[in-house]
Design a protein around this ligand. Sequence first.
Ligand SMILES: Nc1nc2c(ncn2[C@@H]2O[C@H](COP(=O)(O)OP(=O)(O)OP(=O)(O)O)[C@@H](O)[C@H]2O)c(=O)[nH]1
Ligand SMILES: [Mg+2]
Length: 245
Amino acid sequence: MAPRQLGPLVLALGGAAAVLGSVLFILWKTYFGSGRERRWDRGEAWWGAEPARLPQWDEWDPEDEEEEEEPALEELEQREVLVLGLDGSGKSTFLRVLSGKPPLEGHIPTWGFNSVRLPTKDFEVDLLEIGGSQNLRFYWKEFVNEVDVLVFMVDSADRLRLPWARQELHKLLDKDPDLPVVVVANKQDLSEAMSMVELQQELGLQAVDSQREIFLLAASIAPAGPGFENPGTVHIWKLLLELLS
Ligand SMILES: Nc1nc2c(ncn2[C@@H]2O[C@H](COP(=O)(O)OP(=O)(O)OP(=O)(O)O)[C@@H](O)[C@H]2O)c(=O)[nH]1
Ligand SMILES: [Mg+2]
């Protein structure tokens, strides 16, 4: 039997996906430059991200400020953190909490990019989430070589989809063997959440090259109380600052 021709709808959808992918890639390149070493030094993000306020718990010693002259914001170097993970794992919530906003009620999927820029004493940190729905996961690998750290968010209670998370994580690990990775075991507040030992095993982290900088942190990003007191988020942020320094 002769192979069936692709229908016009399939072709149109394929074309639209290709165009979307190219546009996203060009926008990213424009924003972050062409490699880990190249830093973007303009004042404002192309997606018009709101300027993030400095987290209160950032270890900024006011006495240091008096001694040294504070560098102008536009002179600060940029660091880039990519935030990936399956849909619903808590990426947008993490970005919201970091920028001082309360988590949204319910899951509003990210249909593309989402970002925040956080100034610290020595550099600015751009955190960029790419949505985790299946059609967007295809683009993740295009970005891993462009960033300084990868945060991979996992829903610790989503036992059914953990094999998918594992598969996606290992694809990214293979794509850039030198990239530091922070795996966040989110939603530890849920009673059905898997333990850290179980997650380490199920995500295949024991098999990862021992030379590799890879961390597994427990968290419940959606804070029970006011945002910045959330210990999970604080730990992740502190680790990111260490890795980016
Ligand atoms: N119980 C609990 N729920 C959380 C936690 N963090 C996030 N959530 C909830 O999980 C849902 C999905 O969170 P999002 O941050 O939108 O997920 P996402 O990873 O950005 O999803 P996509 O944009 O679709 O890829 C929301 O209802 C959040 O409130 C947590 O620590 N504990
Ligand atoms: Mg999201």
